[in-house]
Design a protein around this ligand. Structure first.
Ligand code: X2X
Length: 331
């Protein structure tokens, strides 16, 4: 009798714990920027769609500001690979130290506009970039975007490479950025986003480069960045991705759910991000920032000044991948 009761209690406990395991499936999602920015909104949209479509069974908890890697955004990919982080919506810049192929998107002036970017991500080159990520133990699911990166500084309007001469520019991620800004005669300093705003505030650096949405939301104008040049020199896509062990443990239906939700969230964010740019730029101008738009000749001078970066980095990225990207753009 006693034994039966005891067994019943055990069975009940086991059932309860099984139920609990199923209903409490929660995964961490790392981002660098919070949901005040399109980037964080992409991750939150993913979480919302997954929650809704799994009827609350799967929870994605978004941890912004690279907090799961103590602010060191270039460690995010490694942390996800080791299982410290389950999932991420990450920038190609921040993952390129571990996935050199992702430097493709950082090649200066490779892409002129969103059409070029889409041609890459939606074609063979995009698949090759995903294969490179997969080869390194991470499952990529979908694309979103941070945006075309524009350069700002506190000293003077920049319309030629000579205008950048000697300016201390905060850069992020891959050593490619050192090469680009050195080729332009500037003085690049690598640091995390967490350190960037204080460095701009104190004047430890003169300038930075980030998409218009980041300049706008982070109020970079408030830390003395009075000059903004629209040179569209590169764009960093965002990638939704999952640790391989986590992925393998998921039932097929859940994988499909996660993938489709990532694709939908990515499309939603890309649209949101692009459609908001004109208004953001108007707001930035209204705050007194001097916005420089380049003539075709001025643009060309920057292209020529950074050719050496392509020569040095194409072999590291992979000639086949760079060729595929160029072919996609040319089509
Ligand atoms: O650090 C940056 O500049 C940011 C926020 O754009 C990235 O994480 C690439």
């Amino acid at each position: 009798m006693k034994l039966t009761r005891c067994l019943t209690a055990l069975a009940a406990a086991a059932a309860l714990s099984a139920a609990f395991t199923v209903s409490a499936r929660e995964y961490s999602v790392s981002t660098v920027l919070s949901d005040a920015f399109p980037w964080g909104q992409a991750a939150q949209k993913w979480a919302d769609l997954v929650n809704e479509r799994s009827k609350g069974e799967i929870t994605l908890r978004v941890y912004p500001n690279a907090q799961l890697v103590a602010g060191d955004q270039t460690k995010e990919f490694s942390a996800m690979r080791s299982g410290l982080i389950d999932m991420a919506v990450g920038s190609t810049i921040n993952w390129s130290p571990q996935v050199p192929e992702l430097n493709l998107f950082s090649l200066p002036f490779l892409m002129n506009d969103s059409r070029d970017l889409d041609a890459i991500t939606q074609g063979d080159a995009g698949q090759m970039a995903f294969a490179a990520i997969e080869k390194r133990g991470i499952v990529p699911l979908a694309w979103a975007e941070n945006g075309f990166r524009e350069i700002s500084n506190s000293a003077r309007p920049v319309a030629t490479p000579a205008d950048l001469s000697g300016l201390k520019i905060r850069v992020v991620g891959s050593p490619l950025f050192q090469d680009t800004f050195s080729a332009l005669g500037a003085n690049p300093t690598q640091m995390s986003w967490a350190d960037a705003k204080p460095a701009l505030t104190t004047g430890a650096v003169d300038g930075q480069e980030n998409p218009i949405s980041v300049f706008d939301v982070a109020r970079v104008d408030q830390v003395g960045q009075k000059y903004l040049t629209l040179w569209h020199y590169m764009a960093d896509p965002l990638i939704f991705a999952v640790n391989q062990r986590v992925w393998k443990q998921l039932p097929e239906a859940d994988r499909e759910l996660l993938r489709q939700a990532a694709i939908d969230a990515g499309k939603w964010e890309i649209e949101l991000s692009r459609s908001g740019e004109a208004q953001r730029l108007a707001d930035i101008r209204a705050r007194g920032v001097e916005v420089v738009e380049l003539t075709a000749e001025q643009h060309q001078a920057f292209v020529e000044a950074t050719r050496s970066v392509h020569e040095k980095w194409t072999p590291k990225i992979g000639t086949e991948l760079v060729d595929a990207a160029r072919a996609a753009i040319a089509e």
